[in-house]
Design a protein around this ligand. Sequence first.
Ligand code: SF4
Ligand code: SF4
Length: 476
Amino acid sequence: MTDVPDILTSPEDVLTTLHSDGRRRWIYPTLSPGRFLSSRRVVGWILIVAYLALPIVRINGHPAVLLDLVHREFAFFGLVFYPTDTLLLMVFLIGMIALVVLVTALLGRVWCGWGCPQTVYLEFVFRPLERLIEGKEHVRKRRDEGPLSLEKAWRKSVKWGAFTVVSALLAHTFVAYFVGWDQLVTWMTGDPREHWGFFVLMGATTGLVLFDFGIFREQMCTITCPYARMQSVLLDPDSLIVSYDPGRGEPRARRSKMRMAEEADGAIPAQGDCVDCGACVRTCPTGIDIREGLQMECIACTQCIDACDTIMDRIGKPRGLIDYTSERALAGIPTRIVRARTVLYSVLFLLAVSAFTTVVISRDAYDVNIGRVSGDPYTLLPDGSLANRLRFRVRNQTGASSSFEVEVTSPTGASLRAVGTMPVPLEDGEMKRLETWVLVNPADLTDGTVQAEFRLVFGDGTTESFTFPILGPSRP
Ligand code: SF4
Ligand code: SF4
């Protein structure tokens, strides 16, 4: 047998899902029906439908959610953002961060337990499939620890087959968020030789999803997730947590032990409400014992609440030995909702929402950028006029097809020759460039420059005016 270094032999030094020598300790969390599981199941299935539908449903002609990194186009519920919307993106991110820290300060890890896709898919899709095919936890554990048999082989094969199908579905949905549903369908229905990269991408994504939900599981929350790492700074004594009430539960003891002690001493020993049945530990998907206090591994899934409530019902004690509460409430002090950090986060969130709304409302229908084409800044033509070569870059943000053409309105006598045909057609969301020569009379220049005024005429009849400096030789 391999010697285990001393440093790893203390169980306190390792996670509940790891043996002291670093090997994975596979956990078999039991299902604990109850009021919270029923509510979480409803919320979970609503979210599953939403996660699957968001890249498919279209709002204002765009997917409800699209994160097209390649074309740098992002759609959120009818609003479309482009690379030029850096300010919007920054405000949006600030708002999201403020919302996450606010919700965590108030409601603890409610996202982890109720809304995170990792929890939702694992608890309401993959584990139910596993129970259906391989049986209840104690049966699975016994079979897993036993030798290979025909039954074990077919059950495992069917389970991994089902997991692969679900993982492929999730992988396609995940990729649809980044490339769009239409592109995904094109790849799926097209000639594989033309889209071999897609098959590699889908194969890799399906493999990762399968590994995550089939093998990695709770370790995503306890080892990998950065949000879990931040809990110690995001939570405070007023935050909502799932907690055991030691004042009520301790001293804990099994009922059989209590009876033995009573028979031996003739006196009824002091006992809290916890009968040390271990139901809260057996049901925990991260394998922890909530009676040891708040732990980073707790994802607030509420399964231990349901498990303990069932035990309390059985022994005729009030529910809530494990419950949603706060550290202050446990100490007998009222929980405060209004406190410095929640006020600060709320103000920050409201400011971000206001700024975001203002920028979105005031955003131009067309994003226009004028620049100088690289090379000589000006050219003197044989007829004596001065020419600058400019580039007009226009993005259509109207939500409909349009077009644009450019006119020069000042200085008087200036003219414009487009390198290409006008009007330039522009589909919704499309960005196009148009290069033009702008010709002016050199006499109009002062100190080598004159502000030219341009008018852009769009296909929907609207116009916008811009100024841009025309350069030429400085007068002696
Ligand atoms: S389920 Fe309740 S009674 Fe049983 S061990 Fe946990 S806290 Fe104690
Ligand atoms: S301790 Fe309770 S709430 Fe926390 S993860 Fe385990 S079962 Fe869920």
